[in-house]
Design a protein around this ligand. Structure first.
Ligand code: MRU
Length: 349
């Protein structure tokens, strides 16, 4: 796929950030224009934009907007207000480290520039983070494809979870990027896409992206995964990540951990694909990752219709942690880590 054919859900049209509204897909393709940092924060919280790399990129452009809001005052006050807005931006969602990573990159940049020079440098950084993500995805697509097809004589199927494509990134995708590259190599039979309860990223976004590309996709309930692994020609489960810790544990969309357990049982290999901006070497294990919990109505209401008794107690963690011991390979743009351990992660990062 050529770079200019890649869908991008994040478009900077100074001084506004336009985001493809992922809450409305696949029914409607509508863009949300964010002209203030509070609109950017609201868009991240409400999932107009979602997916770890995409929210990191959005935060970087959000910083550009924030700076425009605060810089027309005295420098000291401007700096204080900017720092407060950066904290608010970083707190919009807790699990995907790409968000905090982008905000930290912005704060680091500020230490290297005079206040007057900072706006131009910040815009360049946001654009660099955006472009670098697409470049990383294309690279991971090739690396992951080479690992997947090695030793395979015939086309095979893969199973994926959540949405890790152009919509979740700067473009092309992480796990979905690998799927795109395997399809281009002629070795992909079809993709089984978990619907991904409760937000349905699989059915609403992954199925939409793959159909647009003409890649054969079959939609299944999350609970069909074991049966499909037993019955179908599925050789790999391939997923993205929201945070990878120093020992190789992986936080990703709720249900990923179950898939890794099932894959082990069925002899299906398990691949995680994520850029280095998702790697958090400051945390020693997945136990330390804050797991976002979202509201009960994501479970109790479907399309506004009540599906559970009024007042029922609900638990809605939206990510889980897959232990490194269940992962066959982590693919990053810096290289691959097979059977991840602390020593192997340290060698690469
Ligand atoms: O809640 P979401 O939709 O932001 O969760 C997204 C995921 O869990 C993705 O798998 C992950 O961010 C990797 S995207 C390249």
């Amino acid at each position: 796929m050529q770079r200019n054919e890649i869908l991008s859900p994040i478009v900077w049209q100074a001084p506004v950030l336009s985001l493809l509204d992922q809450r409305l897909l696949p029914g409607e393709e509508k863009w949300v224009d964010c002209a203030s940092v509070s609109a950017v924060i609201a868009a991240i919280k409400s999932m107009v934009v979602r997916g770890a790399p995409a929210i990191g990129i959005t935060a970087a452009y959000g910083a550009v907007i924030a700076l425009n809001e605060v810089r027309h005052t005295q420098e000291e006050i401007g700096r204080q207000n900017f720092a407060a807005l950066m904290n608010e931006l970083a707190d919009a969602r807790p699990t995907a480290v790409n968000l905090a990573w982008a905000v930290n990159s912005v704060n680091d940049l500020l230490t290297k520039h005079r206040w007057d020079d900072f706006p131009a440098a910040l815009l360049a950084l946001a654009q660099e983070i955006h472009q670098a993500d697409v470049t990383a995805n294309l690279c991971m697509g090739e690396l992951g494809k080479d690992v997947m097809v090695a030793g395979q004589d015939n086309p095979f199927s893969v199973l994926t979870h959540c949405n890790t494509g152009s919509l979740a990134t700067g473009g092309y995708g992480t796990a979905l990027g690998v799927i795109r590259s395997v399809w281009a190599s002629g070795m992909l039979d079809r993709v089984f896409a978990d619907e991904t309860r409760p937000w349905l990223q699989g059915s609403r976004l992954t199925a939409w992206e793959l159909e647009r590309d003409g890649i054969p996709v079959v939609l299944n309930t999350d609970s069909a995964a074991a049966w499909l692994m037993a019955k179908e020609n599925i050789r790999w489960v391939v997923v993205g990540a929201d945070r990878i810790t120093a020992n190789g544990d992986v936080a990703n969309k709720i249900g990923t951990y179950s898939l890794a357990v099932l894959a082990k049982h069925h002899g299906v290999r398990f691949m995680v694909v994520a850029p280095s901006s998702t790697v958090d070497m400051a945390l020693s294990s997945g136990q330390e990752i804050e797991i976002e919990e979202r509201t009960a109505d994501e479970l109790t209401l479907i399309g506004g219709t009540r599906m559970a008794p009024e007042g029922i107690e609900v638990v809605n963690p939206v990510f889980d942690v897959t232990p490194a011991s269940l992962i066959d390979v982590i693919v990053t743009e810096r290289g691959i880590v097979e059977s991840p351990t602390l020593a192997k992660m340290e060698a690469l990062f």
